[in-house]
Ligand binder design. Structure first.
Ligand code: GGG
Length: 336
């Protein structure tokens, strides 16, 4: 088994080695191929996603990506490497679960999954401007919408989920969001055991803030899925605990939802649990090793139950390395 490891920027360098250590604890034979991408790589070598990184990711199929800090203004020649990587590897679905955890910052009763389309929509960043007028292209295709809907319904079936809520804004965008919604409804017909409803994205934001526990799965176009999943992550304890998996046919990218967090990078206090839980998703969904995923998730849960966590969710909190040692030790103890 091979894993391409791309720490990226900022706290990616701190949390990715921890997640890789956890994977090695359950998969001792795992081969690692390290590669670079991100803003730091762009500043060093002029490319945010070098060809050799893409080649390594393609060769391994399984990828672990940390975080990236794309600049907030236009930089000639720079394109977000994670957006490119998802598209280049054909990772069409981004699976973002939120589960209540034994933490004061986590709300009880939540167990939901957002499935976000991952290859098109405004998030691709296809923009033009003449200085007076700026245009961003929102491109939604039948092919990509059917594909992500199929993945969402398959996931729901395999995970025994009851209901999928399709997210859109088809009252204002009937051609683009309407197409996405109609494709999801078309695929839904093949899954009669799964209830389907739909919700405008603004209503969904309010309902998620009021009653996140009332949702089971949500299926959303790229940008809405990005925004709603950060909102929901707050109820799971915060971005430091929010995992994700970018899923395709030939590749999967495990990736914590959080960014590179430059404000805390280098301090040794970044929360590695989102990365660790992303590693568990890689095991469950991509490598089809649910029993190993469960061991990791149990180690995380018992660690939190014992009040051991980083300062973002616990006061006073322990360091990234301390938390990593505790989780890995617990995984090893399960074996004996
Ligand atoms: N691990 C996810 C991540 O890095 N998120 C920040 C993000 O979305 N960045 C987009 C970018 O900076 O290109």
């Amino acid at each position: 088994m091979k894993l391409c490891v791309i720490p990226g920027d900022g706290i990616g360098h701190e949390v990715v080695p921890v997640a890789v250590g956890v994977l090695q604890a359950v998969l001792p034979g795992l081969q690692l191929v390290f590669a670079d991408a991100g803003w730091e790589e762009f500043c060093r070598n002029g490319k945010a996603l070098p060809e050799r990184t893409l080649a390594a990711a393609r060769e391994c199929g399984a990828v672990f990506f940390g975080a990236v800090s794309s600049p907030m203004q236009l930089v000639e020649g720079y394109r977000s490497p994670i957006v490119q990587l998802r598209r280049e590897l054909g990772c069409h679905a981004n699976i973002r679960p939120t589960l209540s955890l034994p933490l004061a910052s986590s709300r009880s009763g939540i167990d939901l999954i957002i499935v976000r389309e991952n290859t098109e929509d405004l998030y691709v960043g296809d923009e033009q401007s003449d200085g007076e007028v700026a245009v961003a292209i929102k491109r939604i295709t039948r092919k990509a919408s059917l594909r992500v809907a199929r993945s969402a319904f398959e996931l729901a079936r395999n995970a025994g989920r009851q209901r999928i809520t399709i997210i859109h804004k088809a009252n204002i965008l009937p051609r683009t969001d309407g197409l996405f919604r109609d494709c999801a409804r078309e695929v839904a017909q093949d899954y009669p055991e799964i209830a389907v409803d739909e919700m405008l994205v603004d209503t969904a934001a309010m309902r998620l803030a009021q009653a996140p526990e009332s949702f089971d799965m949500l299926l959303a176009p790229n940008l809405y899925g990005d925004i709603l999943s950060d909102l929901v992550a707050a109820f799971g304890g915060g971005l430091g605990l929010a995992p994700s998996l970018n899923l395709g046919v030939a590749a999967a990218i495990a990736e914590p939802v959080h960014g590179s967090a430059p404000d805390i990078a280098g301090q040794g206090i970044a929360n590695p649990l989102a990365a660790i839980l992303s590693a568990a998703m890689l095991l469950r969904v991509w490598w089809q090793r649910p029993e190993l995923a469960l061991r990791i998730e149990q180690a995380v849960r018992t660690t939190l139950l014992d009040g051991i966590a980083t300062p973002d969710v616990m006061s006073p909190g322990v360091s990234t390395q301390h938390l990593a040692r505790v989780v890995i030790e617990r995984i090893r103890l399960q074996q004996d």
